[in-house]
Write a protein that binds this ligand. Structure first.
Ligand code: DHB
Ligand code: FE
Length: 279
């Protein structure tokens, strides 16, 4: 049977992709950010997941405002990356797992989550930056399945709905008959606003509260509305629902093994958590 061994959250800031390409790991601006990741990489090396499910929001590379599914799942043999205009070098394609993708899509639709299935899907920085942070160089990266949640255009699914989607993803994985180890990534956040009069807004107190409560009391955070999130964390802080979806997928005994928070990285409160999910 398939098993979820853990969940990881990380911000997915495009500037991080550029810092990786330029190997700025010891640069004084970047060091406090990159120094958070070695414990996560060590855990991944020791626990060797076969598949990474990456929950993120597409930022306009694969979907645009004219067609915006609430929930979309990749079902491709591989996922291309393309130039989004941030100056990040374009990466080679990522290996998929279409068999597990279709199992997820079937199970979620049966569970009353109406999914947009995507046999072709370009992956943006919301996917590529976290994959590079977890598996530097990407040679050792496992097969990956991208899951998109709309956080960019109204109406957005509520935090409660995204948490429940995560729970349904957890049930779907646990019902997969193959013996695979799965890690679930929730990317994006924490507080940030990229435009408008509050551009540059960061809410450290709120971010730290979310990083604390998501470990053992995610249902409290899921009671917020999307508008609460925008008020407290900025327009793009709405990406926190992606963390909640990841947390929903962990149904076992959850233990925080690592965490890091640093501000600012670009315009964002950059947060990271490693949660182990014991059977
Ligand atoms: C930034 C953060 C994001 O989550 C994103 O998608 C794009 C840019 C930033 O802080 O620059
Ligand atoms: Fe983003």
């Amino acid at each position: 049977m398939a098993r979820i061994i853990g969940g990881i959250t990380t911000s997915h800031i495009p500037a991080v992709g550029n810092a990786i390409a330029r190997e700025l790991f010891d640069d004084p601006y970047w060091k406090p950010f990159f120094d958070g990741y070695p414990p996560v990489r060590k855990w991944l090396k020791e626990n060797k997941p076969d598949v990474a499910i990456v929950i993120y929001n597409d930022h306009g590379l694969n979907f645009f405002l004219d067609k915006m599914p609430t929930f979309a799942i990749g079902a491709a043999f591989e996922y291309r990356n393309e130039d989004e205009g941030w100056g990040i070098p374009t990466l080679p394609p990522f290996k998929g797992d279409p068999k597990l993708s279709w199992h997820l899509i079937n199970a979620l639709v049966a569970d009353e989550f109406d999914i947009c299935s995507c046999q072709e899907m370009a992956v943006d920085h919301g996917f590529t930056v976290p994959m590079q942070l977890m598996w530097p160089g990407l040679e050792s990266a496992p097969r990956a399945i991208p899951i998109n949640i709309n956080t960019v255009q109204q109406p957005m699914p509520s935090p409660a709905r995204c948490y429940k989607l995560g729970q349904a993803i957890g049930r779907a994985i646990e019902s997969y008959p193959e013996d695979v180890k799965v890690v679930v990534l929730g990317t994006g956040g924490l507080s940030h606003q990229l435009d408008g009069t509050r551009a540059g807004f960061i809410n450290k107190e709120f971010d730290l509260m979310c990083m604390d409560r998501i470990v053992d009391h995610p249902e409290e955070l899921a009671r917020m509305s999307s508008l609460d999130l925008v008020r407290q964390a900025g327009a793009q802080g709405a990406e926190f629902v992606l963390w909640l979806a990841m947390r929903g997928a962990l149904s076992g005994k959850v233990t925080k093994l690592a965490g890091n928070y640093h501000i600012p990285i670009s315009n964002t409160g950059a947060g990271m958590l490693l949660l182990e999910n014991a059977a």
